[in-house]
Design a protein. Sequence first.
Length: 151
Amino acid sequence: MDQRDEELCRKHADELIRFATTLVGPSAAHDVVAGAVVRAMTSASWPTVAEPRAYLFRTVLNEARGVCRADRRRGLREARTAPTERFESSSISLEVRDAMARLSLRQRSVLYLAYWLDLSVDEITATLQLSRRTTERELTTARHELEVHLA
């Protein structure tokens, strides 16, 4: 890793960790960011990346997708072999966390960037390298889903 890459890592580490925490939770966030940074910086296209911050955010999102897929497969395997206990929670924070967990990764991503980092739709679009329309649609859908699950 050259000096430019080290500076980028230091500069964006905290926000990438917070982003990953929103997507996969605190226990897996550091691993997701570490995997994403390694994947990004060893990519053949890394030297030509014009927007390294956006590229890193997008790589964290993709790495988080892989972790969620693996967790989902593991959960299905475990559900087939042992019954799981469910509990009712009266805590609002748990309700919000459960409602967020029902959203897609992309929806959680845009909500995090919009409400935790106060980014505009254009900034979210650039950060996640999505179209403006897709960003707007994901925000609208995520807000609606949260309303439904928290009502």
